[in-house]
Design a protein around this ligand. Structure first.
Ligand code: ATP
Ligand code: MG
Length: 325
């Protein structure tokens, strides 16, 4: 188990000392206003590689309780962002029978084997890992074939074995293992959370999603996962202002979790899902894509963000102010 570290409120080290050339990342200078505090910080931030906090591999389960709130979208976009930052990532689709992470990543035609076949001895682990051609440090592993059922006895132990096998690979242990959890809190959920030492809880700002998120938080804590951060997805500031949607601050107060990111409702997400081309690869970047990228950055550095009341926002606002810096 990874030892828990307190989450720093301001963990950013001196930017001047930590500058490293960042070959995969193009600084988004053209969209920034250098006179704005947040944007200046963002500009400097993108000129260095984020600093990995915690032991590797960091095994992170992306979960929610309620279905359809954006777990798979988060896994794909945060995973590819981490790979673009230069970290090696294995993302595991633990949604048995209803897998779709391969579709979102546009890798569906390259999945020939799954973990079930590896465990049956029908193939090697490296044959089941699908390496992304865009970012070779990103790999996908599916647990099972679509519409299949897991063999009896398949459970958390299989994923614990997987983590150990990935650690022992000749090319080295991955920095991140992201597990895309199935909806619900039944056997699939228990299997998916077993090897994890941290969790990202995805929720939308609606009462049904929040109730399920609260239940899942309790279950994660019972399983010994204390490092739980939250992503609030499909946020609509127009609805929050009209008091038709709960604010992110309300959500945070209700769940009492650290905020990793808030993602706006964005039709580009649906477009990218259907194209099998993750949002974070879009050029020019969209608001939701940037929000996922910044969430990935915070995940690396064990950083969090503060939610603010819409009414309290300063009148003059920069492009990046949505993300809270
Ligand atoms: N920020 C967003 N803006 C607009 N649409 C979104 C956003 N996030 C997710 N979606 C859409 O919501 C749908 C569900 O997303 P996704 O498959 O990631 O959810 P999930 O939690 O993995 O679902 P399941 O529980 O079935 O696995 C998808 O069609 C996706 O495009
Ligand atoms: Mg999903």
């Amino acid at each position: 188990m990874m030892s828990l570290r307190p989450i720093p409120t301001c963990s950013k080290p001196s930017l001047l000392h930590s500058f490293t050339p960042f070959k995969h990342f193009t600084p988004k200078t053209q969209t920034l206003r250098p006179h704005h505090h947040v944007t200046t910080q963002s500009l400097l931030q993108y000129n260095r590689k984020p600093e990995l906090s915690g032991e590797t591999p960091r095994v992170v389960v992306i979960t929610s309780g309620k279905g359809g709130v954006g777990k798979t979208t988060t896994t794909a976009n945060v995973g590819l962002s981490l790979a673009r930052f230069g970290f090696s990532v294995v993302s595991v689709d633990a949604d048995v029978g209803l897998r779709n992470l391969d579709l979102l990543l546009g890798l569906e035609n390259r999945v020939n084997y799954t973990l079930v076949e590896v465990l049956n001895g029908d193939c090697r682990l490296d044959q089941a890992l699908v390496r992304d051609k865009r970012w070779s440090n990103f790999e996908l592993l599916c647990i099972s074939k679509p519409r299949s059922k897991l063999p009896l006895g398949f459970g958390g132990k299989a994923l614990v074995w997987l983590v150990e096998a990935l650690k022992a690979r000749p090319e080295g242990c991955p920095d991140f293992i992201l597990i895309d959890c199935p909806a619900g809190i039944d056997a699939g959920f228990i299997t998916a959370i077993t090897p994890a030492n941290e969790a990202v809880l995805v929720t939308t700002p609606d009462i049904t999603s929040l109730r399920d998120a609260d239940r899942v938080t309790g279950l994660l804590e019972c399983d010994g996962i204390r490092d739980i951060k939250m992503i609030v997805n499909r946020v609509r500031t127009d609805m929050i202002k009209g008091e038709d949607m709960m604010s992110v601050l309300d959500v945070q107060e209700m769940l009492g979790l650290s905020l990793l990111g808030m993602i706006p409702e964005d039709s580009e997400v649906i477009r990218s899902t259907n194209r099998g081309y993750p949002l974070v690869l879009n050029k020019p970047p969209t608001l939701a894509g940037l929000a996922f990228e910044q969430s990935a950055w915070r995940l690396v550095e064990q950083d969090t963000m503060k939610a603010v009341m819409v009414e309290e926002e300063p009148k003059k606002r920069g492009f990046f102010s949505f993300f809270g810096g």
